[in-house]
Design a protein. Structure first.
Ligand SMILES: *[C@@H]1O[C@H](CO)[C@@H](O)[C@H](O)[C@H]1NC(C)=O
Ligand SMILES: *[C@@H]1O[C@H](CO)[C@@H](O)[C@H](O)[C@H]1NC(C)=O
Length: 459
């Protein structure tokens, strides 16, 4: 029985950014830093920011604009080797247009998932309109870690290297990041491959080859394809973590219009300065590389609106589908293990148990089973599984896996904002909202903002 958790692609993505007390909004911060030899008994870089413990090894390899998917696969993805596309997203209208004023005027009514600076874990996510975020983000140290709404996709350039060669069929989600800056991520890796493009601001990247993982004290939660360290990136304790001095690293600085490819499971640490906007494209690769669809491919300008993405969000949608499962992988797993099974089989029972764990709002066994067994045969044939369309499998995930972001019902109302945010008691706020939502569901009161075409997506 394979771990069901393998379908949880990016459950921790949002926990990884903390606000740094160290760097404010400064363009003058030198990166990579000048590493100073220690004078006294203390090890080099002790209690200094990460990067001050040893000099970098090299700058990350750079290309002007983009490369062909085949080169991308052969030289980078298959070898887990990062790269930078200098100007790889410079054709994004967003680079020129996305002032706060424009974003508010054009996209203010769309929903985003936000987090805020909190001293305790776990981080609480909130959902609100972009407009509400823009009004408050500087003052309150809020940042957006959400899906790039469909309405905004045409203002972000797509990367040539993703346009064929089975990358194009495995684009999982587009994320949208925005903050007023001064953020520092912890040292971590994510499950998926990722192309991270900067549209505003400056970001410095420290990249670490997996051969050094053993020196980083990485913690990998059982559920997750990702991992992180507890090392304080603003003040690395070299007495506690002396092996950090063995960790070689490469680096780059992104400016607006630049992109970096971060291979899945590749350790990195990132700092931002000043107002910062990024988009990230998360993708997976399955099995052998197959580029029959690249025949006749020639580089052309395209935007994210031209790309097929699995998990998306548009105005009025009930869930902002962040961090859900990998549909293709799930179908493969079903094909390998679920042909001939019934609802009472051990396999389905295991799926149910592993999904149900930790999600008190999971759908019933019957409800989940009926998504798979469309013809009500009581068992699954190979054809049933092959015929399962992406939408059905997505529905399965939505009903079986806790959403990474709040549902539309949990949009924070103004009163709750004031009450709970000021008292720094967001958790009670969320609990109260959940209770509210349950009551509302029971009395069959529908949110007016859920549009008709989304009723099929309802949980
Ligand atoms: C956003 O636009 C609304 C009107 O549509 C306005 O009331 C609000 O002040 C604007 N907010 C910002 C941050 O510009
Ligand atoms: C490669 O993909 C094409 C569809 O784009 C498919 O027809 C073909 O069978 C695949 N080849 C292999 C070896 O999987």
């Amino acid at each position: 029985m394979a771990e069901m958790s393998q379908y949880f692609r990016v459950p921790l993505i949002c926990v990884f950014v903390v606000f740094s007390a160290f760097y404010k909004s400064s363009d003058s911060v030198q990166f990579p830093p000048v590493v100073v030899d220690s004078t006294g008994a203390e090890p080099r870089g002790h209690l200094r920011p990460f990067g001050h413990q040893r000099e970098p090894d090299a700058k990350i390899v750079e290309y002007e604009r983009g490369i062909h998917p085949k080169d991308f696969w052969e030289n980078h993805v298959s070898k887990s080797r990062p790269l930078v596309f200098r100007g790889g997203a410079i054709g994004s209208l967003g680079v020129k247009l996305w002032s706060d004023e424009y974003l508010n005027r054009t996209y203010g009514d769309l929903d985003v998932i936000i987090e805020r600076k909190v001293e305790r874990r776990p981080q609480i996510k909130m959902r609100m309109t972009f407009s509400k975020f823009l009004e408050n983000y500087e003052e309150r140290s809020w940042y957006v870690v959400s899906l790039l709404p469909d309405e905004m996709r045409h203002e972000v350039e797509a990367q040539q290297c993703l346009m064929c060669g089975n990358f194009q069929k495995n684009l999982q989600e587009l994320n949208f990041w925005m903050s007023s800056g001064g953020t520092a991520s912890i040292i971590h890796f994510d499950a998926d491959h990722n192309i991270h493009c900067l549209l505003a601001g400056r970001k410095d990247f420290i990249m670490i080859d997996p051969v050094y993982n053993e020196y980083l004290n990485l913690y990998k939660p059982e559920e997750a394809g990702s991992a992180y360290t507890s090392i304080n990136v603003d003040a690395v304790d070299m007495v506690k973590f002396p092996e950090i001095r063995k960790v070689q690293w490469t680096w780059t600085t992104l400016l607006p219009g630049d992109c970096i490819f971060i291979p899945g499971k590749y350790v990195h640490q990132v700092r931002s300065y000043g107002r910062s906007i990024s988009t990230t494209t998360l993708f997976t690769t399955h099995g052998v590389y197959n580029d029959t669809d690249c025949e006749g491919f020639s580089p052309k300008y395209a935007t994210m609106a031209d790309m097929d993405i699995f998990w998306t969000y548009h105005k009025g949608q009930k869930t902002v589908d962040i961090g859900y499962g990998d549909v293709i992988l799930f179908r493969q797993e079903l094909l390998e293990r679920a042909v001939g099974i019934s609802k009472h089989s051990e396999f389905f029972e295991n799926i149910y148990e592993s999904f149900a764990d930790g999600f008190d709002e999971i759908a019933s066994r019957d409800e989940l089973w009926n998504i798979l067994d469309k013809h009500k045969r009581g068992f699954l044939t190979e054809k049933d599984i092959l015929d399962l369309d992406d939408e059905s499998l997505k529905t399965f995930f939505r009903k079986a896996v806790p959403p990474a972001g709040p549902l539309q019902e949990f949009i924070i109302s103004d009163e709750i904002h004031e009450k709970y945010l000021q008292e720094n008691d967001v958790e009670s706020g969320i609990l109260e909202l959940k209770e509210e939502a349950k009551k509302r569901e029971k009395s069959k009161l529908k949110m007016q903002t859920v549009s008709d075409d989304d009723s099929k997506d309802e949980l």
